[in-house]
Ligand binder design. Structure first.
Ligand code: PEP
Ligand code: CO
Length: 477
């Protein structure tokens, strides 16, 4: 079981035996990041209040269990070997105010629908990971925000401050860390109920997909895939498989993930797993380092180097092969399959130029990583009306480039990382509903980056399925 008590030998993953990381005392402990420069941390105005919150969090139960973290590592090892595909998706930033059972349900629903389409197209299991139950903190390009002649501290996610533009709202408040914990616990509880309690039933999810295809005026393009999935289900039934009785057709594994940005929060939720003798960050299953905090000698890399969770980092267009390899070495010196996922977000126009050299460098260094594509963050721009947005076509274009490069390099395009919501928002341009710049104001509710709405997300899943299938545009001849 997990506990907070300090063991005799603080650990760092150093070796793998039967897929289990073995501990070694290398000076790491959950607070060792504090000795290093930590980018993107809020300046908490009241240090005593922050310390009190840390102690409170440290006494609360873990949100995830060490055995789950090991199971996700094993699932991601399958992805790294080309035998599974990763779908990681959810909000840019979860919100304290837009929090309801319906929105959790609708987000899960669209991810499950995408997963069925991708499973069929890829012909391998899809590992489903939400940006959810902890995705409350945002790195910012600028520490302040100016509107007119007022300059305030930037909004850093509801775990830190509020998005309203006034000095009081923007003041970092550590009690928000506790609220984030409780909202994560409630979210995770509902996700566990939905995914094990019948909501994820394959026939049901497929029926939702059929409804989507039927509702499209240009649905013919996707009808073939939907009809093939339908035929596959009927074939299974005809073979005598009792679709109603098969547990695997009614339940799914659904994992949580977030950017491990606010290190005081992550440290407080890190627990000792006496079964493996290792530290686990129990705030979520998978944790990633963002583009702005991926310094190999920085605090975020130090922190994640010592926990056994599967970890990921984002790679922007300016990242060099040396930087990427140095961070791989820092986070996964023992080259444990499933430990490390690299999420490239290079932009539609730069993916073909930048990705090949990164793939080659990582391959040469012998790291068995999962390669995933985030086609969102390299394609953001500000519309004429002043709203951050992304074009559906740019998103598809980056994915096309990602698949094409991996096919050429002989590596497995292991997954996708998408910002989406189940709500009917108008934040990204294009898609089957052809959302235009003039429509963005209608339902623009994100507190941070623009998300695909449910229909755009399903549209995207069908586009990705074209890229995954042997006849797809991204496949080598
Ligand atoms: C994000 O995933 O919301 C994000 C900020 O990404 P990146 O670190 O890639 O910019
Ligand atoms: Co984002």
């Amino acid at each position: 079981m997990v506990s907070r008590s300090e063991p005799q030998a603080p650990s760092r993953p150093t070796a793998s035996r039967d897929g289990i990381l073995i501990a070694e005392n290398a000076g790491w402990h959950p607070g060792s990041w504090r000795d290093l420069p930590a980018a993107q941390q809020p300046v908490w105005p009241d240090e005593q209040a922050r310390k009190k919150v840390e102690a409170q969090l440290a006494a609360l139960p873990p949100l995830v269990f060490a055995g789950e973290v090991r199971a996700l590592t094993a699932a991601l090892a399958e992805v790294s070997a080309g035998r599974a595909f990763l779908l990681q998706a959810g909000d840019c930033a979860e919100s304290f105010t837009e929090f309801s059972a319906d929105s959790i349900r609708d987000k899960l629903k669209v991810i499950l629908q995408m997963a069925v389409i991708l499973t069929y197209a890829a012909g391998v299991p899809v590992v489903k990971v939400g940006r959810i139950a902890g995705q409350f903190a945002k790195p910012r390009s600028s520490p302040t925000e100016r509107i007119g002649d007022q300059e305030l501290e930037a909004y850093r996610g509801h775990m830190v401050n509020d998005d309203a533009f006034n000095p009081e709202a923007r003041r970092p408040d550590p009690s928000r860390l506790i609220t984030a914990y409780h909202q994560s616990a409630a979210t995770l509880n509902l996700l566990r109920a939905f995914t094990k309690g019948g909501f994820a039933d394959l026939a049901q999810v497929h029926a939702w997909n059929q409804e989507f295809v039927a509702s499209l005026s240009e649905g013919r393009r996707y009808e073939r895939i939907a009809a093939e999935i339908d035929a596959a289900l009927r074939f299974m039934a005809a073979c005598g498989i009792d679709l109603a009785a098969e547990v695997v057709l009614h339940q799914v594994d659904f994992w949580t993930s977030h950017e491990a940005l606010i290190l005081h929060y992550e440290e407080a939720l890190t627990r000792w797993d006496s079964l493996t003798g290792m530290w686990v960050d129990c705030s979520g299953h998978l944790l990633w380092i963002g583009e702005r905090t991926r310094q190999a000698d920085g605090a975020h890399a130090e922190f994640l180097s010592g926990v056994i969770n599967p970890v990921a980092f984002k790679i922007g267009p300016e990242a060099t092969p040396d930087e990427v390899v140095a961070l791989c070495e820092r986070l996964d010196p023992n080259r444990v399959p499933g430990r490390l996922t690299l999420i490239t977000r290079l932009g539609a126009r730069r993916v073909e130029e930048r990705l090949p050299m990164l793939i080659r460098a990582v391959r040469e260094a012998g790291h068995p990583v999962v390669w995933a594509c985030d086609p969102m963050h390299g394609n953001t721009f500000v519309s004429e009306g002043g709203r951050k947005t992304r074009r559906f076509d740019d998103i598809v274009e980056e994915l096309r480039g990602f698949f094409a490069v991996h096919r050429r390099e002989g590596t497995w395009p292991g997954g996708v990382h998408i910002e989406l919501t189940g709500d009917d928002v108008t934040e990204c341009l294009g898609g089957t509903e052809e959302i235009a710049e003039g429509d963005l104001h209608q339902r623009y509710t994100t507190t941070c980056d623009p998300r695909l709405n449910a229909r755009q997300s399903l549209d995207l899943a069908f586009r990705i399925s074209d890229l995954l299938r042997p006849s797809g545009a991204g496949h080598a001849p």
